[in-house]
Design a protein around this ligand. Structure first.
Ligand SMILES: Cc1cc2nc3c(=O)[nH]c(=O)nc-3n(C[C@H](O)[C@H](O)[C@H](O)COP(=O)(O)O)c2cc1C
Length: 360
């Protein structure tokens, strides 16, 4: 076997992956806009990819307020539990593992993407200076409301309830999205958090929201079923921190103390921070690396223990049988960028050909 390290099993927390190929979390905007529910479309999509060592779902909002993008799925009521159960059943039927990525967008979003009456909650009343896709075109982001203490407590509890619902829906684990300028990252960063209470100011205070959220999730799932996604220094969605190296070093030490199963780090050389090496320095659990890997590079990183597993994003959109293709060094289908986000349609979602179909 050419990629013997990539195809070796890996135990991370309470889970044992049968290979080290992870499907990266990817928002595909195909949930039902009317009720934020997944359907048979997502059952087929994730089921096709179930031979990955681990699937991490697209970002899933833990409350209606937490939604920011068009047609993204939620996990905050019983119907959502039932809908997601279909997805987890399809993955488990093929022997796979699936984690639910919890993503609260905070100040990132637009009213056109959210249910009427929902709110934009954030650490401070500062808008993200960026635009977001809506069905009426790109729009500037709104000025959010600064959360009160009671609202912070309520949002932390929304995450806890979503974690409980994730287990009820059959998910094997939960990944907290703490990257790319969404709510947890908004609390971490000095640019978006200008609070003067115990959730802002000092580094310890800026970490508090993430610490409380992780503790709430762990109270439902245990730490062995929790992962953390980070992208230190990534300015996406106006995520600006004065000292990202310091901030993320402290966050990783927190993740280590809590005994999380994994950290899922996006490497981004433009930030000047080696997020993979930084994670290895402070975190003793499993490290999943992300961004522009191919099978050969993934194999090399795992062989020299720089990573334990590698996630693949865009390659997984176009290649449902990526695990099979890597194993036989088969060519990959090209990604059709026009259908990455495309309403409720199956086109570009569940109709990429498998290798057998291509050869047959
Ligand atoms: C269409 C698309 C949607 C994405 N949505 C998410 C998301 O919901 N949550 C997340 O943490 N990362 C998201 N990402 C980032 C990917 O997980 C991954 O880090 C990125 O695509 C780089 O990996 P790749 O080079 O293998 O594609 C998304 C990426 C793409 C291309």
């Amino acid at each position: 076997m050419k990629y013997s390290h990539l195809y070796a099993p890996l135990t991370l927390g309470d889970l044992t992956m049968r290979n080290r190929i992870v499907m990266a979390p990817m928002t595909r905007s195909r949930a039902r806009q009317v009720d934020d529910a997944v359907s048979s479309l997502q059952v087929a999509y994730y089921g096709q990819r179930a031979d990955a060592g681990l699937i991490v779902t697209e970002g899933v909002h833990p409350s209606a307020d937490g939604k920011g993008y068009n047609r993204t799925p939620g996990l905050y009521n019983d119907s959502h539990v039932t809908a997601w159960s279909g997805v987890t059943d399809a993955v488990h039927a093929r022997g796979g593992l699936i984690a639910c990525q919890l993503m609260h967008c905070g100040r990132v979003g637009h009213a056109l993407n959210k249910a009427p009456g929902t709110r934009f909650l954030a650490p401070s009343a500062l808008p993200a200076r960026a635009e977001i896709f809506t069905e009426s075109g790109m729009m500037p982001m709104p000025v959010p409301e600064a959360m009160t203490d009671a609202e912070i407590t309520a949002v932390v509890d929304d995450y806890r309830q979503a974690a409980a619902r994730a287990l009820e829906a059959g998910f094997d684990a939960v990944e907290l999205h703490c990257a790319s300028g969404y709510l947890p990252a908004q609390f971490l960063a000095t640019g978006s958090n200008q609070r003067e209470d115990r959730y802002g100011g000092s580094l310890a205070n800026r970490l508090r929201f993430v610490a409380e959220t992780l503790a709430a999730i762990i109270s439902e799932t245990g730490a062995g079923r929790v992962g953390l996604r980070i992208s230190p220094g990534n300015p996406y969605n106006d995520h600006i921190d004065a000292k990202p190296l310091e901030t993320y070093s402290a966050l990783l030490q927190l993740a280590d103390r809590l005994g999380l199963a994994w950290v899922h780090a996006i490497r981004m050389s433009s930030t000047g921070i080696d997020s993979l090496a930084l994670t290895r320095k402070y975190f003793r659990g499993a490290l999943i690396g992300s961004d522009s890997f191919d099978a050969g590079e993934a194999e090399r990183f795992i062989a020299r223990t720089a990573l334990d597993a590698v996630s693949f994003g865009r390659a997984y959109i176009a290649n449902p049988d990526l695990v099979v293709r890597f194993a036989c060094d088969a060519p990959l289908n090209a990604l059709d960028k026009r259908t990455i986000y495309a309403g409720e349609g199956a086109s570009g979602y569940t109709d990429y050909p498998m290798l057998a179909e291509r050869n047959g």
